[in-house]
Write a protein that binds this ligand. Structure first.
Ligand code: FES
Length: 110
């Protein structure tokens, strides 16, 4: 496994360098054949698969409640910290990936 820098398009209006995401913000990014959801809660970053394990619905625009992301298609809920389902029609966890912030850049290990 190797660390890989994520190419996240910054909001142009921000102008100056800074953290890649604001608290509560999330973004989907493609790395090779993987579609990763990167999100920031407080000062912590998380990286997980962007596809619900129930029927592959994209999670990019789905709500985050506390530490859970909710797939509104059929109601699955996942803890973003470990990808484990906490409710709904699936028992399969989302893949999660180690993520680090270094000099305002995010790195994910695959
Ligand atoms: S696709 Fe997410 S709950 Fe069904």
């Amino acid at each position: 496994m190797a660390w890989q820098r994520l190419e996240l398009a910054r909001e142009e209006s921000l102008g100056t360098p800074g953290p890649p995401l604001e608290p509560g913000e999330k973004r989907a990014v493609r790395v090779g054949d993987r579609e990763i959801l990167v999100l920031r809660l407080g000062d912590e970053y998380f990286a997980l698969s962007n596809r619900c394990t129930h029927a592959a619905w994209p999670l990019t625009r789905e709500p985050v409640e506390g530490t859970e992301i909710v797939c509104t298609l059929h109601g699955a809920r996942f803890d973003v910290r470990d990808g484990c389902p906490t409710g709904g029609p699936t028992s399969k966890p989302l893949a999660t990936y180690p993520i680090e912030l270094r000099d305002d850049e995010l790195y994910v290990r695959f």
